[in-house]
Design a protein around this ligand. Structure first.
Ligand code: AMP
Ligand code: MG
Length: 477
């Protein structure tokens, strides 16, 4: 089959590889013996100037798996370091990923494309279930208006990959504003090469905070930009009940996008102590600790930037700390504004209405998504659906009376409180079907998640919490 006539040659830039060769190892993807398209975001493809019809051809699949790279492209595996669960790993990097290049302003990146110099003991591969999981959850996050890397496609490779059992292999093609992470800066800082650190800073500023270039101290201006972006991002995770699960510094993007969908999952019951990841035994990345985990990562980012803040470290530290100290107030402000919106109220809302609801949620563990959506019905006069989700009825009635007296706007609430998030039991069932060869449930789920605020009769299963038994997610899959 030939190349579709509507697809002109794809041009992939190599700005990152040019600017930071020390962090970029020229590399190529493994062969995919029998590529088969499992999921494609047509709209995203079109917005990137890629013809979805072409992406479905053998030549398009070659592009999506990195086995046929466009002329002039220079794929690289990126190096980075990172704190994983608080312990420093000096040598991480793209162990199973490749940066194909830049499509306009965004990175086009592959996951599961084979071993690289950073693979350590790993096989460099990925399997269908987890790659479709990233496709589903990142698509949902985007539809919910939360900054995120995007999933362009998942292609089955036709290879069997050994996990606990043999699993069908897959490659995910994703886009991101960039793949610069806190860990990228940590890797360079550890080399003591200040000129390289400055080059990395300049590259990050050019891509994510151009105004910082003109600041008195550009490193501090970039830092402030990232602190603000992360405060917004984590507030949005908290509002929607998202648990990232592996907030290591190599998984915190300088762009402020959600990156690395491994053991992530959404709350059913609201509980600050919720942990889904099988390896997070200490609960470091539990739902309620995400703001503090982000702040900890941002402190590590500051340490990496210090030589660029000021030559004298005793001057640099207090300047960086002053910016870091704005993180929690910024987070609180973003979260409070988001809660007011979820409650359909304006900026003059009595603060205790929000904090009292937070206490009520934590004490009663109602289904997070269902409760907020049901409040929309309460605002229209039917409090029963929300009321049924809590045990402390007197507490709910007292709070709801005060809230209703403030005059919530039910239509505004329905525009910010989703009906549908990727429910764990629904996602698991869809992925199991896909792994067994039936893609229909994944495609139906993605379609529903693309319009998360639109109620669909007949799709009640998608908005119903799963069994109360603890849900467990796995990393490195
Ligand atoms: P994560 O925290 O999931 O982003 O992964 C941490 C590190 O492990 C990164 O450097 C990954 O590239 C690497 N990694 C994860 N899975 C594999 C694999 N199957 N083969 C090689 N490296 C891997
Ligand atoms: Mg990662």
């Amino acid at each position: 089959m030939g190349v579709s006539s509507t697809q002109t040659a794809v041009r992939l830039g190599h700005r990152f590889a040019d600017a930071l060769p020390e962090l970029a190892v020229p590399w190529q993807a493994d062969e995919a013996p029998a590529p088969r398209l499992l999921a494609l975001d047509d709209e995203l493809a079109t917005s990137l100037g890629l013809d979805p019809a072409w992406l479905r051809t053998p030549s398009g699949l070659g592009f999506l798996t990195g086995t046929a790279v466009p002329d002039g492209a220079r794929p690289v595996a990126q190096g980075y370091a990172g704190h994983q669960f608080g312990g420093y790993s000096p040598r991480l990097g793209d162990g199973r990923a490749l940066l194909l290049g830049e499509l306009g302003e965004v990175d086009l990146h592959l996951k599961g494309s084979g071993r690289t110099p950073w693979s350590r003991g790993g096989d460099g591969l990925a399997v269908v279930g987890p790659m479709l999981r990233e496709f589903v959850v990142s698509t949902a996050m985007h539809a919910l208006g939360i900054p995120t890397t995007r999933s362009l496609a998942v292609v089955g490779t036709g290879r069997t990959v050994q996990r606990e059992t043999g699993q069908p292999g897959a490659v995910l093609a994703r886009t991101a504003a960039s793949h610069l992470r806190v860990g990228s800066f940590q890797l360079v800082r550890a080399t003591d090469d200040t000129a390289l650190l400055r080059r990395l800073l300049d590259h990050a500023i050019a891509r994510h905070a151009p105004a910082a270039a003109d600041a008195e101290v550009p490193a501090l201006a970039l830092y402030e930009h990232v602190v603000a972006a992360q405060a917004q991002l984590v507030a949005q995770w908290m509002l929607v009940g998202f648990v990232h699960g592996v907030m290591n510094t190599d998984n915190m993007a300088i762009s402020g996008e959600t990156i690395d969908y491994g053991p992530c999952a959404f709350l059913d019951a609201h509980d600050a102590d919720t942990v889904f990841s099988s390896i997070d035994s200490g609960g470091r990345y539990r739902y309620g600790n995400q703001p503090l985990a982000a702040q900890w990562n941002l402190a590590r980012f500051a340490e990496a930037l210090l030589p660029l803040v000021h030559d004298d470290v005793d001057t640099a530290i207090p300047q960086a700390v002053a910016v870091l100290e704005t993180f929690l107030p910024r987070y609180e402000a973003a979260w409070t504004a988001g809660m007011r919106a979820k409650l359909g109220l304006g900026a003059d809302t009595e603060p205790a209405l929000v904090t009292d609801l937070q206490a009520l949620l934590q004490a009663n563990h109602p289904d997070h998504t269902g409760f907020f959506r049901a409040l929309g019905r309460a605002a229209r006069g039917d409090a029963e659906p929300a009321r049924q989700l809590v045990l402390d009825l007197a507490g709910f009635d007292a709070w709801a009376g005060r809230w209703l007296a403030a005059g919530p706007d039910a239509d505004a609430m329905d525009r910010v409180n989703p009906v549908y998030v990727p429910r764990n039991h629904v996602v698991e069932d869809a992925l199991a079907a896909a792994t067994a060869g039936d893609l229909a449930p994944v495609h139906e789920l993605v379609e529903v998640l693309r319009s998360p605020y639109v109620e669909r009769p007949g799709r009640e299963r998608y908005s119903t919490p799963g069994p109360a038994a603890a849900y467990v997610t796995y990393c490195g899959t």
